[in-house]
Design a protein around this ligand. Structure first.
Ligand code: ADP
Length: 165
């Protein structure tokens, strides 16, 4: 049994991410969800908002904590005492990127293993960007994101619409 980190942008957390955390939390002693701070990606929610939403969504899991990190994931793993990096794999979209990232991380830290969990069937086409895209056009995304995420998402989209008009 080990300590693991599940790194990502999580802008915002979706039910696909929560599913990975739930399943990983049964496999390791302790899981830190590492929320990337100051990423190259422009995010809709700042790091504190992303952490708050993720923390609420996994509050039922006692061995999971949600923390910010910046810089290399392998360094964050060391800081959190993790020897495993957990990633989620959707069949059609993630293999190439995830395998390149895993090989690069292994090159930098041979003692840290990347373990990928396959996304559940119902979350295969779910991503934070797709959720934001369809929600911006008024689609109901309430079954794709945790209950506590739906309201802030709709509010942020409305604020954006108001400031663009
Ligand atoms: P990143 O910016 O690191 O890609 P994301 O927040 O998009 O961050 O994703 C974090 C991790 O969660 C990645 O391993 C990604 O493949 C995985 N992931 C994203 N969406 C899903 C999903 N629907 N089901 C399972 N895993 C997912």
């Amino acid at each position: 049994m080990a300590r693991a980190i599940y790194p990502g942008t999580f802008d915002p957390v979706t039910n696909g991410h929560v599913d990975i955390v739930e399943r990983a939390s049964h496999t390791v002693d302790h899981l830190t969800v590492g929320v990337v701070e100051g990423s190259l990606k422009r995010t809709m929610f700042n790091v504190d908002e992303r952490i708050e939403m993720f923390s609420e969504a996994v509050a039922h899991l006692p061995n999971v904590e949600v923390k910010p990190y910046s810089g290399l994931t392998v360094e964050a793993a060391r800081k959190f005492g993790a020897t495993v990096i957990v990633r989620g794999l959707r069949i059609t979209s993630d293999f190439e990127y995830e395998s390149e990232m895993a090989l690069m991380n292994r090159r930098m830290a041979e003692d840290i293993e990347t373990i990928c969990l396959f996304s559940a069937l119902e979350y295969q086409i779910l991503s934070s960007s797709r959720v934001k895209e369809v929600a911006a056009f008024g689609a109901d995304v309430s079954d794709l994101v945790p209950q506590n995420v739906w309201k802030p998402l709709v509010e942020r989209l409305e604020q954006r619409k108001a400031s663009n008009s």
